[in-house]
Design a protein around this ligand. Structure first.
Ligand code: ACO
Length: 330
């Protein structure tokens, strides 16, 4: 079965409560109808109920079965605001400021999750990545033992000889502009776990650079070599190797030549890029020029799953992301 079919099948079993924070956005409403029809999740739409009603009537979209919550009038506002003040007390957040922030669905969604009223959230069809992420980072925060949230893409290839049965996992393509060596190590370990959890891949993690095993000397190379060492100490059970160039990671012959004896070189299925620039450009190159399907970014390391859509997303991208978010919630 294809990866997305497996993910959807699991989502149907899980029946998690997923918040769609952009409830008055047309693609989101069309996606909600499909999700409800396919029973992929329980849907909570945030937004003005009258506006949602008008849009669904005009576009003949049936979202009966979805819960609609207006962040401006919801009865839990006071309770949520008190919780926010408690979480942000070291930052001096006042109850008035918290109530004001709750008017924003991008804040209301993560707070619902924090309060146990939802299991996951997606947004980003009409909001920038930073605006979706900031409240999630501030209120939902990271998993115990994790300090860095990062973003993974599952790159799906028609050619099943690539990666693990046609799947390569790329990170961090979405969040940390310039991770230090400890953060890079953490991204590698977290990504390996995500590869296993979402796609049941036995991860072989390549820490990418423009150098393989000291072939070039530069502080950027040292950063990746040190990150590799730290990642191995963090998770000795994982197959992690680097620093290595992309050809050494993916091509068996080059891998043997440049990194003899490596468990990863030539056979990598998880690629950890040294920074956001390389990763973001890299996944888009592979998507555009190699025709791979890019599933993500799937945000990892957060205490509950919150995912960011691209503003160019399609209705089916939203449907898929709801299924993935539900899988992450477990
Ligand atoms: N992991 C965990 N916590 C984080 C992370 C992270 N990666 N980044 C920031 N935080 C925390 C901070 O510690 C801070 O917590 P605090 O308020 O409790 O002290 C809070 O989140 C806010 O952080 P700031 O640094 O103040 O917020 P800022 O907006 O500057 O940065 C953000 C966070 C939004 C993630 C920023 O790094 C960003 O915009 N990253 C790039 C996102 C992007 O544009 N990606 C490319 C597009 S996505 C795509 O093409 C697929």
């Amino acid at each position: 079965m294809e990866l997305l079919d497996q993910i959807k099948e699991r989502a149907v079993r899980l029946q998690n409560r997923i918040v769609l924070a952009e409830g008055t956005e047309l693609r989101t409403l069309k996606a909600a109808e499909i999700i409800l029809n396919e029973k992929l999740a329980k849907i909570i739409l945030l937004g003005n109920p009258q506006k949602i009603e008008e849009l669904t009537q005009k576009e003949k979209i049936n979202i009966s079965g979805a819960e609609i919550i207006d962040p401006l009038t919801n009865t839990k506002r006071q309770q949520y605001a008190e919780m926010m003040v408690e979480i942000r007390k070291s930052k001096g957040l006042t109850i008035e400021e918290a109530l004001e922030s709750l008017n924003d669905p991008l804040v209301f969604g993560p707070i619902m999750i924090k309060a146990g009223d939802a299991d996951g959230e997606i947004a980003g069809a009409i909001n920038a990545t930073g605006d979706v992420l900031r409240p999630a980072l501030q209120y939902v925060k990271t998993l115990p033992g994790v300090s860095v949230v990062s973003g993974v893409f599952f790159m799906l290839f028609k050619n099943k000889a690539i990666g693990d049965n046609g799947i390569l996992v790329f990170a961090d393509c979405a969040v940390m502009p310039d991770p230090d060596e400890k953060q890079l190590a953490e991204i590698a370990v977290t990504t390996a776990k995500t590869a296993k959890k979402i796609a049941n891949i036995e991860p072989r993690v390549a820490m990418l650079s423009f150098s393989t095993k000291g072939s070039a000397k530069h502080p950027l190379v040292t950063k990746v070599a040190n990150a590799t060492q730290i990642a191995r100490e963090m998770a000795p059970e994982l197959m992690i190797d680097g620093e290595m160039q992309l050809d050494a990671a993916l091509d068996e012959e080059v891998g043997r030549l440049k990194s003899p004896g490596s468990q990863v070189a030539g056979k990598a299925n998880v690629l950890i890029f040294p920074g956001l620039e390389a990763a973001n450009i890299g996944y888009k190159l592979v998507q555009r020029l190699a025709g791979a399907e890019a599933i993500g970014p799937i945000l990892q390391g957060m205490a509950a799953p919150i995912n960011d859509l691209s503003r160019g997303c399609s209705v089916s991208d939203i449907v898929n992301m709801v299924a993935i978010t539900s899988n992450q919630a477990g």
